[in-house]
Design a protein around this ligand. Structure first.
Ligand SMILES: [Zn+2]
Length: 373
């Protein structure tokens, strides 16, 4: 017999309906756990363990991986205040643009030359036509003259640089890129490049995917001519080997979070290669001891980056991860992950290099926009 029919038998239909409505009001329906969607899963840690709030980075920071997030001059000013508040001395805006778009982005940040550097992209126009090269080099020189201090973020997720929805582009080791990459070395412009995506984005998009929510968003569409994860990393390796004078920064640790040894082997072989950790805080946090060992071993080659909207709390989560021993926490930022974070507790000497010293070694001293104060 249901609750409703029991109530009807005892009190009649009107009173039964009234009582049921009251019960529904005091006891809201609970979703059975087998009906909670992964996207809605928002656990709170119950562990009584230290929670460290890091208001400001322990050492000054150069953020080598950010983008043109500010829409207005007021946004730029707010960003500068945030940087001062949390301890970011300088931010590199990877515009990826050339031509008038580069000039516009550069103009937006030039009021704060100590706080920002703006890097340009490469102009791939006509890359699939004979004669590609000289015009792209001329535009690179123009951007450099206009104030670009580096190049990036170039991006090859397997379809190549300069790819459009129906045309495949060039990979970074393509002979057509040679003169451009040599010119970057001549101009002392480091090249920040994104290759592939992390391994989750290539795995089946089903209940076995270890990082499903994020993997689905950034999944790689396979197809003829599209390089797989290891193939696109190999193309970067060949370019780094071919251009030993050119400084390469593989952003997101070359998307090797699930196999840091792969990236480590490249760092061992090529002194002109470096890695930035932008937007890989969640990806690294499940394996804090492996990450701490990696950062220790490659402490001279890794760079701090964010690649995320410049909110104060975003920076603070990254400081908490890098600096503290906190375990099992769910920060407000980076909530797209369905796992808790675990911090890396990097030692002071490693932190200093990651935060600033390694970047200072790579950035051209005579950059237009900014020198360290
Ligand atoms: Zn980026």
């Amino acid at each position: 017999m249901t609750t409703h029919s029991l109530l009807r038998r005892c009190f009649g239909p009107r009173t039964a309906a009234f009582v049921l409505a009251g019960l529904a009001f005091v006891a809201p329906a609970q979703t059975p756990p087998d009906q909670i969607l992964l996207k809605d899963y928002r656990p709170r840690s119950i562990f009584k363990i230290p929670e460290t709030r890091v208001e400001k980075a322990r050492y000054p920071i150069i953020d080598v991986h950010s983008h043109n997030y500010a829409r207005t001059d007021a946004d730029v000013d707010r960003w500068v205040r945030t940087m001062d508040q949390v301890g970011v001395e300088r931010t590199i805006i990877l515009s990826g643009n050339t031509g008038a778009r580069f000039d516009d982005v550069f103009a937006k940040y030039r009021r704060h030359p100590k706080h920002f550097e703006v890097w340009c992209g490469l102009d791939y126009t006509g890359f699939d036509q004979p004669g590609f090269g000289p015009a792209a080099i001329a535009e690179l020189e123009r951007c450099h003259q206009a104030g670009a201090t580096g190049v990036g973020e170039l991006s090859d997720k397997g379809r190549g640089l300069g790819a459009t929805s129906n045309v495949l582009g060039m990979h970074i080791d393509d002979p057509r890129m040679d003169a451009l990459l040599e010119k970057c070395a001549d101009l002392r412009m480091p090249v920040n490049i994104h290759v592939g995506e992390d391994q989750w984005m290539y795995e089946p998009m089903n209940s076995t995917n270890d990082g499903l929510m994020n993997a689905w968003k950034w999944r790689i569409a396979k197809g003829p001519g599209v390089l797989e994860h290891d193939e696109v990393i190999d193309s970067l390796e060949r370019a780094v080997r071919k251009h030993p004078r050119t400084v390469f920064i593989a952003c997101h640790l070359a998307n090797c979070c699930a196999d840091l040894d792969r990236f480590g082997a490249m760092l061992d072989r090529y002194p002109n290669l470096h890695g930035d950790i932008g937007a890989r805080f969640g990806e690294l946090s499940p394996v804090p001891r492996t990450v701490a060992r990696f950062f220790q071993r490659y402490q001279d080659r890794l760079l701090y980056g964010t690649d995320v909207d410049p909110e104060p709390e975003m920076y603070r989560v990254t400081f908490r991860l890098l600096e503290t021993t906190d375990e099992h926490f769910y920060p407000v930022f980076f909530r797209k992950y369905h796992w808790p974070m675990h911090a890396f507790a990097l030692p002071d000497d490693v932190l200093k290099k990651l935060y600033r010293d390694n970047a200072l070694k790579l950035l051209p001293a005579g950059g237009s926009a900014a020198k360290s104060p």
